[in-house]
Design a protein around this ligand. Structure first.
Ligand SMILES: [Zn+2]
Length: 259
């Protein structure tokens, strides 16, 4: 009898551990990839907000005029079809000649004026922004931070991250860095694929994503811009975009009958 009671307790503990794992498991949009994310969304949004305010306080922003209007209009069209229209989205043009863009947890998106200058049309700008929106919707930053916490905490990680002190430490380091951890190559490729579908759903021609990377490749020169440096090579990503293109074009034609 006593042995059975012990087994029951062990069983309950395993069930609890399994439930915690299940609770932490999420599924990325479009690709369906399983993700282990232990950082609560509210916490990630708070970290994103802090990092965003820090970046804005150190930058010159462009709040009106054609650049701001284009970025706002394109951003709103993309998030409307992202499945997450209610995140606290914000789109800001930053006066910086480097062709770069970024997204922070919770839907804070920054686009450098140099990126708006570089692209030929709204479809190409939509490709940049859809990629960034995809990072935010797929919670790639929270996934990176979760990986870091789990690695640091080893097998006890799941228990450790329920401890508030870890979040305080994370918040401190995120604020110190001014931005979240760099994305993995897998996440970059996933953001390309999700972004391609989002721009097509929003009625932007997905073929512009290929043009964008051709332009980035030419503009890259000796020292690649930041937007490129943590990303897979342009050649590789163009090949993969071409693989996903038939599906994206079908979605685009549904969104834009007559195209
Ligand atoms: Zn990216």
């Amino acid at each position: 009898m006593r042995r059975n009671a012990g087994l029951a307790r062990t069983g309950a503990a395993s069930l609890l551990a399994a439930a915690m794992l299940l609770a932490a498991c999420e599924t990325a949009p479009v690709t369906g990839r399983k993700q282990l994310i232990v950082l609560p969304e509210s916490q990630a949004i708070e970290l994103g907000e802090q990092a965003y305010q820090q970046i804005l306080s150190e930058s010159t922003t462009i709040r009106s005029g054609p650049y701001a209007r284009r970025v706002e209009t394109i951003g709103r069209r993309i998030v409307a079809v992202s499945g997450q229209p209610d995140l606290p989205w914000e789109f800001t043009v930053i006066d910086d000649a480097t062709p770069n863009a970024f997204a922070l947890p919770g839907g804070k998106v920054g686009v450098h004026s140099g990126m708006v200058q570089l692209v030929d049309n709204d479809d190409q700008l939509a490709a940049v922004m859809a990629h960034e929106v995809a990072h935010a919707v797929a919670r790639h930053s929270a996934e990176r931070m979760s990986q870091q916490l789990l690695v640091e905490g080893g097998l006890q990680g799941l228990g450790m991250v329920t401890n508030n002190a870890d979040y305080v430490r994370l918040a401190a380091s995120a604020a110190q860095l001014g931005i979240v951890l760099p994305y993995s190559r897998e996440q970059e490729s996933e953001a390309d694929r999700i972004g391609l579908m989002y721009m097509a759903r929003a009625g932007y021609d997905p073929r512009a994503a290929v043009e964008l990377w051709q332009i980035m490749q030419r503009a890259g020169g000796g020292a690649p811009p930041e937007f490129l440096s943590t990303h897979p090579s342009s050649g590789t990503r163009i090949e993969r975009l071409q693989e996903w293109m038939p599906e994206a074009l079908a979605v685009y034609r549904d969104a834009n009958p007559g195209q």
